[in-house]
Design a protein around this ligand. Structure first.
Ligand SMILES: O=C(O)[C@H]1O[C@H](OP(=O)(O)OP(=O)(O)OC[C@H]2O[C@@H](n3ccc(=O)[nH]c3=O)[C@H](O)[C@@H]2O)[C@H](O)[C@@H](O)[C@@H]1O
Length: 428
């Protein structure tokens, strides 16, 4: 193809002389010119995209802030939810309100006339539609759940500005023993950083609320003295989850000691029941059995069956409420301790451990379907072989007395499950 010299010349007169007669230079120059143009446009597009994304993010954040918290409408909803309907009623902030235990405790408090406000970050650790359904249930009963994180100090301070909470029922946490190997930082984020953030807000609140919070039976870790009593060793956690719960017990102790916060820690033992957690064995076994899928049953060393002190949700709720009722006031104000404050830790269990194969048998009977079982040795994933609660202390000081055994509790769970999922396998 013919190209005239003229065609190759750039239009800038000053450059003509230099370019003339040097084909290589001309090619290079042309290439540089086109690259520069390309580069310019690429930069322009990148800048345009970046500014769009920035604008969008700030708009999203703005919308979120307005819709999630702040503003007169929001405050009205908060006030309304916190209104106690009985004289001397408590005003309780329930964190993790759309969680399993949070929903049940919030409903029970609301039903007896206490003011209740929920807080939940609706994270996707498990099916968020179940959390939204629980939120719907709470809304129906007059409990407003704010979508927010316990790590958001601005939100917490705002809440304490608007409402003089008498109690905090702190149930927001990253739960699950085995998931801690997959996502360790989520445990640090919620169970450590989130807890400290909440305690910081409580310490400066005026009045300081009394705090009841969820620890875990997993703090007993490798302790093999049974039944587990509150004075037994808890310095050998078997999972990061357990370690963060144990850390929580120590952290709350320091806030009690320095700032006079009234603290009650509850060591829950494998809580189960309607509206439960899909990540837990009884729930996932039920789903798989109904779907005809196999279940994996872990077995301990020397072929010994694993066992848990499964505790029914209604018994746990009674323990939580008794803890709130018997909690004495925090003693500090303005971030300063005025005197010693209450510090308590209780086991809330059922006192009768059941093996995992027996749990499966009970489910098979209630579901009228045989399970397809894969029995495998317990992997080294943070599990402990058994749990068994000594509840003498909770009995004595809280009047705690569990009344539902696994047989009856699972019957209620299965009934709820079949009703909630409408027997439709496609929904599960
Ligand atoms: O009580 C507690 O402290 C803890 O109870 C449960 O933890 P876990 O007892 O491990 O409950 P599940 O995950 O439901 O497991 C129950 C039993 O079933 C076994 N399992 C679990 C899952 C599975 O697929 N197969 C299986 O055999 C486990 O090894 C365990 O022995 C909760 O998940 C924790 O959040 C809580 O803190």
């Amino acid at each position: 193809m013919h190209t005239s010299i003229q065609d190759n010349f750039p239009s800038t007169p000053g450059k003509v002389k230099i370019e003339r007669g040097n084909h290589f230079n001309r090619q290079l120059n042309r290439w540089l010119a086109s690259s520069a143009t390309f580069f310019f446009w690429a930069l322009f597009l990148i800048a345009l995209t970046a500014s769009y994304l920035c604008l969008k993010t700030s708009m999203d954040r703005g919308t979120k802030l307005i819709s999630i918290w702040g503003g007169p409408q929001w405050e009205k909803k908060v006030q309304h939810s916190c209104q106690a309907k009985r004289s001397g009623g408590m005003v309780v902030l329930v964190t993790g309100a759309s969680g399993f235990v949070g929903t049940h405790v919030s409903l029970a408090l609301k039903k007896r006339g206490d003011g209740v406000l929920g807080l939940d970050n609706f994270n996707d650790y498990y099916d968020t539609s179940l959390k939204r359904a629980r939120e719907g249930l709470l809304k129906k009963h007059g409990v407003f759940v704010i979508e927010g994180d316990i790590n958001d100090s601005k939100l917490l301070n705002k809440l304490f500005d608007v409402i003089p909470f008498t109690h905090i029922m702190h149930l927001a946490a990253q739960a699950g023993v085995r998931y801690a190997m997959e996502n360790p930082s989520s445990y640090v984020h919620s169970n450590i950083a989130g807890l400290v953030n909440l305690l910081e807000a409580c310490k400066t609140a005026n009045p300081q609320p009394a705090i009841v919070w969820a620890s875990s039976s997993s703090v007993y870790g490798l302790n093999d003295k049974v039944p587990f009593s509150e004075i037994d060793r808890t310095d050998q956690p078997a999972s990061l989850y357990a370690a963060t719960k144990k850390a929580g017990e120590e952290i709350t102790h320091t806030y009690n000691h320095i700032y006079g916060l009234s603290i009650t820690g509850l060591r829950f033992f494998t809580v189960y029941g309607p509206w439960g957690r899909p990540d837990m064995a009884y729930f996932s076994f039920t789903r798989n059995i109904l779907q005809g899928k196999p279940i994996t049953v872990y077995r301990g060393h020397n072929r010994v069956d694993l066992a848990r002190d499964f505790t029914y949700i209604d018994d746990i709720v009674k323990g939580c409420i008794a803890s709130l009722d018997t909690a004495t006031k925090s003693t500090g104000s303005g971030g300063k301790k005025k005197g010693p404050a209450q510090f308590r830790i209780y086991n809330l269990g059922n006192t009768s451990p059941v093996t995992v194969p027996t749990l499966v048998n009970i489910l098979e009977r209630h579901l009228k379907v045989k399970a397809r079982k894969n029995i495998v040795d317990m992997p080294g994933n943070g599990d402990v072989p058994f749990t068994h609660a000594n509840i003498t202390l909770a009995k004595m000081e809280l009047g705690y007395k569990p009344t539902t055994d696994l047989q009856n509790g699972l019957k209620k769970f299965v009934k709820w499950y079949q009703n909630y999922y409408g027997y439709s396998y496609s929904k599960m």
